[in-house]
Design a protein around this ligand. Sequence first.
Ligand code: FE2
Length: 319
Amino acid sequence: MTAVLNDSSAPSTDSLVIAPIAGYIGAEVSGISLEHELSVDVQAALRDALYEYKVLFLRDQKIGHAEQIRFTGYFGPVTPAHPLGYTDKSPAGFPEILEVDSRIYAKRSGSSKYSYASFWHQDVTALINPPAVTVLRGELVPEVGGDTTWADLGAAYDNLPASLQRFLEGLYAENRFGGRTPRWAGGSESESLTQETRIVSEHPVVRVHPVTGQRLIYVNPGFTSRIIGVSPRQSDKILDLLFEEITDPAYTVRIRWTPDSLGIWDNRATIHQAPTDLDHLDVVRVLHRTTVEGDVPVGVSGERSRSIHGSEFRAPAPA
Ligand SMILES: [Fe+2]
């Protein structure tokens, strides 16, 4: 199904088209340009589409950092780039932009990987209030390979048997940078920063989405380190099961980056994986990330996440 909304306050050529591209999540958006301010009707339609399709993709958007930050702001307050103090995290004048650059990633992690995080994760769930929404804009993308894949945490929950759903609903999981097995090298910037700035939270394993009310499996291999209240062996078995469920190819959408393309996703309801098919190629991949301030997760019976280390990550107060 394709939704069309004419935008009366913007140039007459603007008409929003939202075309789903996979069975559970993902839609391509066309008919709008982010070079200028969008009308409040189009902004609202984009928010509705984001909550319905969870991942939206826009192409041929020749915009810069300022326009990306303005677009991100349609979905909520825009946070600083990252809670860890990376020395080279933002371009001058744009503290909201996190550079997702294969060269920077290699320096931070001591790894030769070509992307920021080539493993399944949600963004920054170590925080007590992980980002609600993430925007990623491609500047230099490879001609071949380098796709990003997202999966639907709601579908993963919905398709569990009721007995397993009930079992999970009382559980909490610890989230920290690195998850069960940190992927950075010893002595790397990532290792030292995560030791200097401890950020650890315990989230409900089943989270209720604050907008849609959908129940979501809320663990991810990038950050979830253990299930609280069970033995290490039991925790590993439970997480193995959940990680397999949430990364089932049935729940995914895989999207190909093109120059000037931009992806936006509901970071509460999806998990994503940066490319793993570039490690052997000599390519540079540069994207720019922005995030929207998140809320503190709430579980099925109303219980909230618990902060072990660190404080809420907020957008700056309006000037
Ligand atoms: Fe990410």
